[in-house]
Write a protein of this length. Sequence first.
Length: 348
Amino acid sequence: MNGVHVVKKTAILKGAFLLLLSITFIISGCSSNGTVSEAKGGSAGSAAKVKIRIADTSTNPTFRVAIAKGFFESQGIDAESITFGSPAEGVNALFIKQVDIAYGADFPVLNALAKGDYSIIASAGQTTDEAAAAWKLYAKEEIQTGADLKGKSVSFIRGTFIPYLWDEYLKDQGLALGDVKQIGQGAFDESYIALKQGELDATWVIGSALTDKFDTLEGVHQLTDMSQTPVRLGMGLVASNEFIEANPETVKGFLVALDQASTYAQAHPDEVADLMYKETKQPKEATLKDLPINPWVVGFTQEAYDSLAGQKQYMVDNGIIEQDFDLKGKLNLALLKQALPDKVTYTE
């Protein structure tokens, strides 16, 4: 009889275990399905976070601050910063789905908008004289005026607005873009080496870490800066329509986190300088110089739109954009208006 009781007890325990195991699988399955997309009921408050791959550069602190200070995490976002040589390279990474969100100047952002189903979700606001002055034109000592550039070799970073900048600057100097030889390069470090070795005669440069290096080049001097030209540089955040439509709450949280990070960065420059040195080895002095000059202001203004419209017209007129498009149709500002309503001053 005792053997029978033992068998029955064992069977009952085995059945209870299998039932518990089944319930665990069911709960796990429901939880897993909930993280695939927001349509399944995921939210910032849930344990599972939505993964976002962000195209970044080694000199931009905003995304790194948002990650380090937990601003993304508090919005239910598992953010990964992927570093590229330039913002243009990061925008190009959207095309192969290497990243989900990228930032860049008007030129590469417009290039993305022209190529497919991508939209601007916000600007970061840099169309100011002070920000323009941060772009320095370095040239060999024998080049004392813009007119001296005729027949010379000048650098541009592929996929960026720099050919447009050269065009506008040279017009003011009585030259045309065809009067110089443009050398396409992948990053500013290439420009530094080429100028040092005499393969270039002039190049535009941005960022104190770089300008400090160029300032020490023998036989080279600062000829001017971008504030002396009509060009003012906007900057946009861009993502695929597919990603935006699948993750509206996450995109809103992303914008909120960026706004928090940009505000925090301006209020804590020394801490940001330490962070940038730790993560990218950017000299602390360079970060402290650049932060007040190029503050991120997440939103969208009339100036941001005007900058995009003007550069788009240039790109269309010069065949850089082969098929014109409706710029207003490429602005997806609904989520920005919900997340940061006071930061959208542009009206159609």
